[in-house]
Design a protein around this ligand. Structure first.
Ligand SMILES: Nc1ncnc2c1ncn2[C@@H]1O[C@H](COP(=O)(O)OP(=O)(O)OP(=O)(O)O)[C@@H](O)[C@H]1O
Ligand SMILES: [Mg+2]
Length: 455
């Protein structure tokens, strides 16, 4: 229950208010003047203050100002017998939550107190949500390559330099782009993202530069493009390797001259937009194949940042598991879970070809599907199909089954036999479960086992 401080020089008001609040279940403390009230506030925590305006020692408005200096959030309700509009306005301006006119009605007092406390709770909840969102955008991982990356982000962020972020799928390229924006002086201006692979080729120019009404079929009104939307902010060009060649030339011009026109427009627009691009492609190779303009590459690649795949920074896996376990439990309104020691070891030994995104999704699946507080190794094996360490990267999948002196049919049989045996082992020989795991009918699995000679 909330604790309320009542500050008033009239003894009978202190007594009456304290009684009214107590009947409603609040705790309260009383102070017969501003000075003693402020003293109590500095030594004890309160949830709300009821404050008289006219007091002999210090004026209530002055007390309110001092309270604000101590605690910017504490709700203070002013009370006055000589309320004027000006006084009420002044009180609200210095941050009073509300204003009560004397003589006080206990009903009015209780409603006003309840409202102010509710508002305060909302503000606090909102702050918690924001810090939760902040947690989400935080980057996790303390491995040497990640530490080097944080340093580079810190140095690159405050500048206006263009950044090209490279790395495999799911390594955190977008997260890095946002981190750069958030740590720059552009943070309070928009971060606008364009996925170059997702926009149809014939619409990408209008997407980036906007268009005038009637400039093409379907352009029924004028539209601002992403470059304009990101003015004084950051434009994130994701999957830049998929930008069509014709568009690359136009992009080059904006990057060189800082100017462009809307599609169908004659006015030349100038914007202050910082460009960050990302790709999982090898742009140097694309240049060699004539798919990417070399001059554009150099324009974009002022500050190169590379995100190593997870298999090259296994030290980070434990911290990421921990981070996403906490996040997934909160998102899904589950109690905090933990991994058994064996489950942790097992997860740490595996490659995540889909990198951080795959790891994150895997944890979320476990949190949703496993009912108990502890996630055991059997749960991990049951719900995730993980690649053992070293199986991804340069070695193509299936290489282990390849043999130069076998026909494809026989190699396939070997692979099938090994996979079924693995599934059976995972399910402790339980054929029905193994069949379910393999997506087969039980009878079908039996037939295969017989043909492949599996007992
Ligand atoms: N170091 C990290 N710490 C915490 N979360 C991370 C980290 N790296 C990536 N993530 C999370 O993993 C997910 C994938 O990251 P992101 O979308 O940035 O990857 P990406 O490289 O852009 O992937 P893609 O190439 O598939 O677009 C996101 O949910 C992101 O928040
Ligand atoms: Mg991405």
């Amino acid at each position: 229950m909330a604790t309320i401080l009542i500050i008033d020089d009239e003894q009978n008001i202190l007594v009456t208010l304290a009684r009214v609040l107590k009947l409603e279940g609040y705790r309260s403390e009383v102070a017969g003047g501003g000075t003693i009230g402020l003293k109590k506030l500095s030594s004890q925590a309160f949830d709300l203050v009821l404050l008289d305006v006219k007091m002999p020692d210090i004026d209530g408005l002055q007390v309110l100002e001092r309270i604000r200096a101590i605690d910017a959030q504490l709700p203070v309700i002013m009370m006055s017998g000589h309320a004027t509009v000006e006084m009420a306005v002044a009180a609200v301006r210095i941050g009073a939550a509300d204003f009560l006119e004397k003589p006080l009605s206990s009903e009015k007092v209780l409603v006003t107190v309840a409202n102010a406390l509710r508002l305060r709770r909302l503000v606090e909840e909102n702050r918690d949500l924001k810090s939760l969102a902040g947690l989400q955008s935080d980057m996790v991982g303390d491995s040497p390559p990640m530490r080097a990356l944080y340093e580079q982000i810190e140095r690159a962020a405050p500048s206006n330099g263009r950044v090209l972020i490279t790395g495999e799928n799911g390594t955190g390229k977008e997260l890095v782009a946002r981190a750069i924006h958030e740590n720059s002086h552009r943070a309070s201006d928009p971060f606008v993202k364009v996925n170059c692979a997702a926009v149809p080729h014939d619409l990408i120019e209008s997407e980036l530069f906007g268009h005038e009404k009637g400039s093409f079929t379907g352009a029924s009104s004028q539209r601002r493009g992403k470059f304009e939307q990101a003015d004084s902010g950051t434009l994130f060009l994701d999957e830049i390797g998929d930008m069509p060649l014709a568009m690359q030339a136009k992009l080059l011009r904006v990057l060189q001259e800082g100017e462009f026109e809307r599609v169908g427009g004659s006015e030349t627009l100038v914007v202050d937009t910082r460009v960050i691009a990302a790709t999982n492609q090898d742009l140097k190779a694309a240049i060699g194949q004539g798919k990417f303009r070399e001059d554009l590459f150099y324009r974009l690649n002022v500050i190169p940042l590379h995100l190593p795949p997870l298999r090259e920074r296994r030290e980070d896996i434990a911290a990421l598991l921990d981070h996403f376990l906490t996040l997934a439990c909160r998102h899904n309104n589950r109690r905090q879970r933990r991994f058994s020691v064996k489950a942790l070891q097992y997860l740490e030994q595996h490659d995540f070809p889909g990198n951080v995104r795959e790891l994150k999704n895997s944890i979320e699946r476990l949190v949703i599907m496993v009912p108990g507080d502890e996630i055991a190794i059997a749960d991990v094996k049951r719900w995730l199909s993980l690649d053992p360490a070293g199986s991804t990267g340069t070695t193509p999948a299936g290489a282990g089954f390849y043999s130069s002196d076998l026909a494809l049919k026989d190699m396939m049989a070997n692979a099938e036999r090994a996979l079924i045996q693995q599934a059976l082992q995972d399910c402790q020989g339980h054929v029905t479960n193994a069949a379910r795991q393999l997506g087969l009918e039980r009878s079908h699995l039996y037939k295969k086992m017989k043909n492949l000679g599996i007992k």
